[in-house]
Design a binder for this molecule. Structure first.
Ligand code: NAP
Length: 282
């Protein structure tokens, strides 16, 4: 594999460990760790993501409680469902697949989730704890990236890192996690000037934009670590935000798309569910 990070292989190894812990949990508590998965409507991409998450649960001994709701579910009905799941002692984690149909108020729904069951790590309480340097449940994608960097022995302390993208679910929490690991972090976005120059001075590049091959291979510094979060469907299939073939000639480590960040994200969802379950029974 050379310098290519095998996210799929790493995810499999980590899931085997999670499975062992899930079995131990089930023996001790007479029930498996439980994840409620809420999907409103039939968006094709969301349907695939939810199916993958449920399959991953089954394979690791986490029980998934399926809540496939009609597209025209009301805000009140969805809030009432979350309230019931918050109170359900068999449910350790609650996942609301985003995006929700446009008539629903996403912010109000995410706020309704009990932070102790917020396995996506999107609740302001959990993001606030991360910001304060006292993390509890952390967002899965950046957490999976930190895990990959650690497993591959990438050095972070004192390095210059740039994150392209400032979403609440990837860019911002990624910046905080890298900063906590003592990198010096820049966050770039659509108003950033001279992106190529900034990237070419960075030891760690995390691309979370959602634009196919926007980051050119010759912008990458020699021996940089390149993490590609982007998932862009093109006629050539799924591709990342980075020009992979060119960038891999320069990078010391690089994630492919698919097979890089994606499998680790679901793995961290399972890990968060287990953490929530262990806290829940305390
Ligand atoms: P998002 O909320 O759409 O954010 C995209 C970010 O990219 C924004 O901050 C935007 O800047 C920035 N951006 C857009 N055009 C840019 C440009 N020309 N130069 C610099 N920055 C630019 O996206 P997201 O939810 O973070 O997701 C990003 C990508 O990661 C998507 O492809 C998504 O599918 C993928 N993803 C993958 C996983 C996984 O598990 N593999 C998980 C989550 C997301 P502004 O803020 O200025 O608009």
């Amino acid at each position: 594999m050379g310098n290519i990070i095998d996210g799929k292989g790493l995810a499999q190894k980590k899931r085997a460990l999670i499975k062992e812990k899930a079995i131990t949990f089930t023996r001790a508590n007479g029930r498996p760790p439980g994840l409620a998965v809420i999907l409103a409507g039939d968006d094709p991409a969301s349907t695939i993501y939810v199916r993958n998450k449920k399959q991953a649960c089954e394979k690791t001994g986490v029980h998934s409680y399926d809540h496939h709701l009609a597209t025209d579910i009301t805000q009140g009905e969805l809030l009432a469902l979350i309230e019931r799941l918050n109170d359900d002692s068999k449910v350790d984690g609650i996942l609301v697949q985003l995006p929700l149909p446009s008539h629903l108020n996403e912010k109000e729904i995410l706020l309704k989730i009990d932070p102790a069951k917020d396995v996506d790590g999107f609740h302001p309480y959990n993001l606030g704890r991360l910001l304060m340097g006292d993390p509890a449940l952390m967002p899965c994608t950046p957490r999976g990236i930190m895990y990959m960097l650690q497993e591959y022995g990438a050095s972070i302390d004192g390095k210059d890192a740039i994150i392209i993208g400032r979403s609440n679910i990837v860019g911002k929490p990624m910046a905080i996690m890298l900063m906590m690991a003592h990198a010096t972090v820049s966050i770039a976005h659509s108003h950033t000037r001279d992106l190529a120059r900034k990237i070419s001075g960075s030891d760690i590049v995390v691309a979370a934009i959602g634009k196919a091959h926007m980051i050119k291979g010759d912008w990458i510094k020699e021996d940089a670590v390149v993490i590609d979060v982007g998932m862009n469907r093109t006629e050539k299939g799924l591709v990342g935000d980075v020009e992979f073939d060119q960038a891999k000639k320069r990078a010391s480590l690089i994630t492919p798309v698919p097979g890089g960040v994606g499998p680790m994200t679901i793995t961290m969802l399972l890990e968060n569910t287990l953490i929530a379950a262990q806290e829940h029974i305390k």
